[in-house]
Every structure is written in structure tokens, then in C-alpha cells.
Design a protein around this ligand. Sequence first.
Ligand code: SOE
Length: 380
Amino acid sequence: MAKPLNIGMIGYGFMGRAHTNAYKRVADFFDLEYRPVLKAVCARSADKAKEFAAKWGYESVETDWKKLVERKDIDAIDICTPNNTHSEIALAAAAAGKMILCEKPLAMNGPEGLKMVEAVEKAKVPNMVWYNYRRVPAVTFAKQLIDEGRLGRIFHYRAKFLQDWTISADLPQGGTALWRLDVAAAGSGVSGDLLAHCIDTAIWLNGPLADLNAMTETFIKERKHNLTGKVEKVGIDDACAFMGHFKNGSLATFESTRYARGHKALYTFEINGEHASIFWDLHDLHRLQYFDHRDQGSLRGWRSIHVTDGDHPYMGKWWVPGLQIGYEHSFVHQVADFLEGLTTGKPAQPDFRNAYQTQLVLDAILDSAKSQKWVTVAAG
Ligand code: SOE
């Protein structure tokens, strides 16, 4: 019988659902020492908390996260709240000796992120940041191919994350649903929300970034603020692009925007190496495109690998070969790896320290866009 691991989740939005679904599913498909128990969900509105708890199966509710953090029957705090609250909650949870699973990006900026890293390391509590795309089987498979040396020396890493949902100037900023547009709550715009995913994957697959030159743009300069009712300046980046160098000498080109009409969540990356290239697309997430120059010349071409075989990462835990899984499973895999890390003592990544590397790149992006200069990425 697996040991219970009592979860206290703060927040109940899109990520609250994605994480809860993962907690509910993981023990059905993965054989682990620990089994998550949906102990409590916390939201400022008691009605919303109760509604969420009833729908998803949480045993109890709280309306004050400080009470949740102090509860003796909670083992792990899951932070699914806007970015400007991550730090305060994480510091309190670490001080209370709780494990912490925090939504991305880790913090509002590097210095805040560093305090969070120091707090969890001082308290010696297991910790993780929800950069879920690492655990899409095709992306994990890309990591295997790179680590096996199949690509050889890497020349280029190209990534994009494109959306189109904020083009209307009538869309307000701030409040429960639209905090991502409010710089006070989000810290940044598409750089922290979307490009952060691309950066996390890139650091994992291709190592750290050395320097970069970025530009950002805010297309809609003023929006009505949901909390004040007034038209206020927009402080987030609506679009962001940068070029840079990885420490391994390869070139980086990255772009994210919420103004690419027709694209809802188009996350793609392509890596070009001396021997082989890899391409991945979130809209076709179970496939990995692979080109190997060492193939016999007349047969050479891009292979579209359907990453659904039992020997592909994570896939042996699901259905039979050929049947694919989806977006939500990346969260199930992340919980499984977190729980496995508790057993093995080898923490699942990215932990806070690892995710802090992404935070430093995000700081460098905003610095560079402001100064219009090349910026060296600070060493973590
Ligand atoms: C924004 O629309 C968003 O939901 C991000 O916040 C998520 O991190 C990303 O995975 C999908 O898009």
C-alpha cells in the first residue's frame, strides 16, 4: 500500500485543474512509494474553494493560505497562484517544513528567485517548478537522442511560443482571469509566461545560455484595469524575441508573442547539429521529427517518429504502442518523477535552483530590451 502524501493546493485556475488531474491519475498508472491525497484546496473565496473541492475531490478547504501552510496534516504545498505571490508563499511553506511544487516562472525576477532557492535549501524541503513540457514523451526522447551524442556538435537552437489571445484592445488587464496582463501580478508578459517554457527546455537540452540581445514590444499601451476600473498603462511585454549564444557555442534564436493571429499555443523548437537535426511542435506533441545525415544518401530525409512505443519515455506506463497521450500527461509525469525523487533521493528537475537559471535568462532579456545592448546572462 502506497504511503499518502497530503497535498495542499493554493489556487484553482487552469493550472489548479492541470495539477489536480495529475495528482488524481498518477497512482493509477505509476507504481510509486507515495500516493498524492487531495487534502485541501485554498482560495480567497470560500464559495469558489468549496465548488472546486466538491468537483475535484479535495477533502477540505481554506481561505487563508497562511493557515494551510501551518496545517500539520499537509505534506506538500502546491503554488498555483499569480507570480507575485509565489515568493511569500514559498518562503512560509519552506519555514513550515513543507515540500513545495511551484508554478512557473519561479519568481518575479532573479533576486526574488534566489531567496526562494536559499529558503528551500536551508529548510531541506523537496521542491520543484512546473515546467511541464520537459515531460512530453517526444521532448524527453529528444533529450535522450542529444545525450547519446546523435546530433554531434550543436550549431543552432531555435524556439518559438506563439499565441493570439490578447490582440483585442478591449481586453482588460488584471483580476482573476487576466492577471497575466498586469505587470504587478505577472512581473513580465510573454517572456515570463511563454518564453520561460522555451528557455527551460533549451537549458535542459542544450545547456546554459551565455549572453543575449533582446527586444520586447507592448502593442497595446493602455488597458482598463479590472481591479481599479481605470484605464492604466500596460507594463508587460506583448512580444519578445532574442538572439544569443549558448555556452556550448551554438546560436540561440527565440520568439514569443500573444499577437500571432491564428496561433493558440504553438510551441516549437528545432535543433541543428553536425550530424542530425530535431524538430518538435506542441500541436503535434507525440511526434518527433528527426533528420540524420548519416543515413544512406538515397534514403535520407526527415523521419516523423510517433513517440508511442513502450520503449519511448513514459509510454510503457500508458496504453499499447501506437496510441498517443496528450498535454495533461506531461503533468502526470512530472508528479510521478517528483514522487520517485522522494524515494530515490535524486530530486526531480527542475527544482528551484535549476529553475532559477531560467529566471536569470528572463532578467537578462528585460535588461537587454531596455538597454538595447547585449547582456551577459548572470551565472546562477
Ligand atoms: C498562457 O496562455 C499559458 O496558459 C501559459 O501560462 C502556460 O504556462 C502555457 O503552457 C500555455 O499558455
